[in-house]
Design a protein around this ligand. Structure first.
Ligand code: ATP
Length: 383
């Protein structure tokens, strides 16, 4: 269990922030409010960060998600103070930070490489920021013990980093980043060097940790699963711009364009013509002449659109029905808990289907003809 977050000031007068309650959830929040205003970073003619605006609430967990080169690390570095802005400003709790050097911003940081001190034990590594801040010995010992417990590292306190696995070392790096209870924690791809299972378990740990310490967390990843699992909100970046920001469910179910739909999760993107509209529901016809309904954010006029249909929303019917469409299987793979089937629709479009493995669903053979179904709520018109 965490104890009250206020610490006694040490020699230098440094202390750990006092927490406040987040009214809605009763959770303790010590995090800062961050405002990024028209932020720009240019390399020659190239904009790595192109007039980005981003408001982060105190204690929020925000993930910057995007492909390699989209500007995630550059934006994080601007916030950390490793790089300087070429335009715009960044405010932390209402104060511009451009003149504040990195070490005075008081942020906790975790990177892909653990960057632990190899000649120090786990305890000494985690105590390091407290020692540097001149926090007294008794408080340091208590806070280190508390933080090692949160990160489930108490049994490893006397080990040196070389005696630990990659996952354990990264947990030490996280412990060191949070031991001062920083108002802001920046994490740049901290799990990308770990194997899948370990990554998944540390994702949950970081999520729980965030609930416990209440800091504002800015997390960078190119892994959409990681972003969906951990974040309060996800900002999707492409070519130096935020192309969509929202809660994980909204981003996944209602992506704003083809890029987000394809980058976050697997998708079927079906080209179709609007034949009728009723408010935000539209009736569409695809290339093969199959007519179906879809939902859209806005009332859309006639024309051609791209429709997102997630593979897990496609249902396989045993018999043809009034609303089903026939497809021919081109590949079928058993992935454990799910079957991943690729099929060709009439008209030539490929349809990806993901269905839960059940005893009744045999793995189809290439060339099999299936009948597939989906409902209007399964289809989302992209803008
Ligand atoms: P990754 O996931 O690969 O780390 P990223 O989204 O974090 O990618 P950034 O590292 O922010 O991307 O880089 C954004 C763009 O800016 C890239 O095209 C990169 O080549 C460019 N860039 C970054 N740093 C520099 C630099 N010092 N000089 C020139 N170009 C740079």
């Amino acid at each position: 269990m965490t104890e009250p977050l206020a610490l006694r000031a040490g020699r230098s007068g440094a202390s750990v922030p006092t927490s406040q309650s987040d009214g809605a959830s009763g959770r303790q929040v010590i995090g800062s409010r961050i405002a990024v205003r028209e932020a720009e970073k240019q390399y020659g003619e190239f904009y790595a960060v192109n007039r980005i605006n981003l408001d982060i609430e105190p204690g929020e967990f925000i993930t910057l998600l995007g492909p390699s080169g989209s500007g995630k690390t550059t934006l994080l570095n601007l916030l950390a103070g490793f790089q300087s802005l070429d335009g715009g400003e960044i405010l932390v709790d209402g104060r511009p930070v451009h003149n504040v050097p990195t070490h005075k911003r008081g942020f906790g940081m975790v990177f892909q490489s653990y960057a632990l001190f190899p000649n120090m034990t786990v305890t000494q590594n985690v105590a390091f920021p407290l020692r540097m801040a001149g926090i007294d010995r008794a408080t340091t010992e208590r806070r280190v013990a508390e933080t090692l417990e949160i990160m489930r590292l108490s049994d490893h306190a006397r080990k040196s980093p070389s005696e630990m696995s990659g996952g354990q070392q990264q947990r030490v790096a996280i412990a060191r980043a949070i031991v001062m209870r920083p108002k802001v924690v920046l994490m740049d791809e901290p799990l990308s060097a770990l194997d899948r299972r370990l990554r998944e378990s540390i994702q949950i740990e970081i999520r729980d940790l965030h609930q416990t310490i209440g800091s504002t967390i800015l997390f960078v990843t190119h892994d959409q699963g990681e972003a969906l699992t951990m974040s309060d909100r996800i900002a999707v970046l492409d070519a130096g711009k935020i192309v969509q920001i929202g809660r994980p469910l909204d981003i996944y179910r209602h992506p704003s364009n083809r890029f987000v739909a394809s980058f976050v999760g697997e998708s079927n993107l079906i080209e179709a013509e609007i034949v009728q509209k009723r408010g935000t529901t539209v009736t569409l016809k695809n290339r093969a002449g199959h007519v179906f309904d879809a939902e859209s954010r806005d009332a859309i006029d006639v024309g051609r659109v791209t429709v997102l249909l997630r593979p897990e929303r496609v249902a396989i019917a045993n018999e043809p029905t009034a609303t089903s469409t026939p497809v021919t299987v081109t590949s079928a793979i058993f992935l454990g808990e799910i079957l991943r089937i690729e099929a060709q629709m009439e008209g030539g479009d490929t349809l990806l289907i993901r269905c839960t493995d059940t005893a009744r669903q045999p793995l189809p053979n290439v060339g099999d003809r299936l009948h597939v179904n989906w409902g209007p709520e399964d289809c989302w018109v992209l803008t």
